[in-house]
Write a protein that binds this ligand. Structure first.
Ligand code: FRU
Length: 495
């Protein structure tokens, strides 16, 4: 059977072969979640970009489909989004069926090579058969470059209040908003961000959407901005802003100096959310690219490169610092749970080896632990997965520093990059209190931590020379009370 190669994730999406980066054009239509992705079918490293394509009916299992968009006279097909044009504002629909419209960046390689500054423009394509066949719009590009080299990754959505399409575009060191009545003509509305948030790298792959404020009827607008490099633990990462948007201008609720990160791990980049999730569902669902431009092209997989994160639901939470973004694994993932093992409540002092008790290997596993710390504890607690070669990965919480952390410095292969395993990754704790919750998905070559019910998130990839078999819970420099613990085998989505 397929998807059994070394390091191949078993419950994450990855292309059958060759190079993948950002998820693109995520849209739900007629019972299918579409996933397009930056794809180069001729190599396992980045090159002339296409949109690969897959669909899912359940957010879990994926059907690979033929490449949706090929490079054309306007350039390579860079990142972008897709929408259902329900009211046929574009006029591209036919016989009452709304068109799916993809909005993407055309990247002209000759233009770039010639030293021009206007080689990134925005184009559209449409489909009248549930995303199988795509036709490029003859009037492309629909948005020309103002002469700024980084001018890309359009994320489009329908703005109900002002009855127009809004394009959120990454422009070097800020976001530009454009508006359109028909997806074909765009006018500049405003800019945001030159002096806000993190600026350690180029701004890319934005997203803009509304979320409910918990305990009220109010909604807020969330602006996601991926940035490369300049992430909190190095390289690529995704920051966010919470504020208001009136169809023209985005205003952040926080001071310009405030920087908020969606994920503190090294490997969740370019994540954006699905468009057109039915109102009856109402969730905001995201997947990111589970890699980092620091080493993405040299990670030790042979047939393919990269996977997406698990699908996550985004919500807002009231905290003393203001509204913050929470990421949770989508509830659908519970359907992949296989054999389980409950751990008895117990005091943890040192290392507790659970491998024999579990009776299943640690490679593809979901762990949910609730640990209580004594007052004024400085304990360091967490989960360690390891193999017979002595390779190990640790993810946990350090009460002395009040930080979650992940440690892949001894997790397996590291020689392919001198920054991959250079340091332990840390993330400030957003929640408070003596009870720490660790919810982690391990999938052979990745670990995704949702700490304190998704208040602090860390996503890492790792490359053990042999799949992890053992799992331990530990508390060092102090003790902790394990209040509850359960481990599940996570079944493969590719069988
Ligand atoms: C982000 C990114 C995008 C661009 C795409 C090219 O990872 O650099 O800004 O559209 O990748 O593949």
């Amino acid at each position: 059977s397929q998807y059994t190669e070394q390091h191949r994730p078993s419950f994450h999406f990855s292309p059958e072969s060759k190079w993948m980066n950002d998820p693109n054009g995520m849209v739900y239509y007629d019972g299918e979640y579409h996933l397009f992705y930056q794809y180069y079918p001729d190599s396992t490293v980045w090159g002339p970009m296409h949109w690969g394509h897959a669909v899912s009916k359940n957010l879990l299992t994926w059907e690979h489909l033929p490449i949706a968009l090929f490079p054309d006279e306007n350039g390579w097909i860079f990142s972008g989004s897709a929408v259902v044009d329900w009211n046929n504002t574009s006029g591209l629909g036919k016989n009452g069926k709304p068109p799916l419209v993809a909005i993407f960046t055309s990247h002209s390689s000759p233009g770039e090579k010639a030293g021009r500054n206007d080689f990134q423009t925005q184009s559209i394509a449409y489909s009248l058969d549930n995303g199988r066949k795509w036709t490029k719009y003859p009037g492309n590009p629909v948005l020309k470059s103002p002469g700024i080299r980084d001018f890309r990754d359009p994320k489009v959505s329908w703005h109900e209040a002002s009855q127009q399409w809004i394009m959120t575009l990454a422009v070097q060191d800020h976001i530009s908003f454009y508006a359109s009545p028909d997806l074909k003509t765009w006018s500049h509305q405003s800019d945001f961000g030159k002096a806000s948030g993190a600026h350690g790298g180029v701004w890319e792959c934005p997203d803009l959407f509304q979320l409910q404020v918990p305990g009220s009827k109010e909604t807020k607008w969330v602006l996601l901005v991926s940035i490369n490099p300049g992430g909190p633990n190095g390289g690529s990462a995704t920051q966010y802003f919470v504020g208001s948007f009136d169809g023209k201008t985005f205003r952040s609720d926080n001071s310009p100096e405030t920087t908020l990160w969606m994920d503190y791990g090294r490997d969740n980049y370019a994540g954006v959310t699905w468009s057109d999730i039915p109102k009856a569902d109402g969730r905001r669902l995201l997947m990111g690219w589970m890699s980092n431009w620091q080493y993405a092209t040299v990670v030790p997989t042979e047939k393919w490169r990269s996977a997406t994160t698990i699908p996550r639901e985004l919500t807002l939470k009231n905290t003393s610092a203001g509204l913050r973004l929470i990421s949770s694994p989508v509830v659908e993932l519970e359907k992949l749970r296989g054999k389980s093992s409950k751990i008895d409540a117990q005091k943890v002092a040192g290392i507790v080896d659970l491998s024999a008790k579990l009776g299943f290997p640690a490679a593809q596993m979901e762990a949910i632990l609730e640990l209580e710390l004594p007052n004024d504890s400085s304990a360091d607690l967490g989960i360690e997965v390891s193999n017979s070669k002595g390779e190990r990965y640790r993810v946990g919480y350090n009460a002395a520093t009040k930080q979650f952390y992940s440690d892949r410095t001894q997790a397996g292969k590291t020689a392919f990059s001198n920054v991959f395993a250079e340091k332990i990754h840390v993330a400030p704790r957003l929640a408070s209190g003596n009870i720490v919750r660790l919810h982690i998905y391990f999938d052979r070559a990745s670990a995704e931590l949702f700490g304190d019910d998704g208040a602090t998130v860390m996503t890492d990839i790792l490359f053990p020379n042999e799949d992890y078999t053992q799992v331990k819970v530990y508390a060092e420099n102090g003790t902790a009370q394990l209040k509850s613990g359960v481990f599940y085998v996570v079944k493969s989505i590719w069988e």
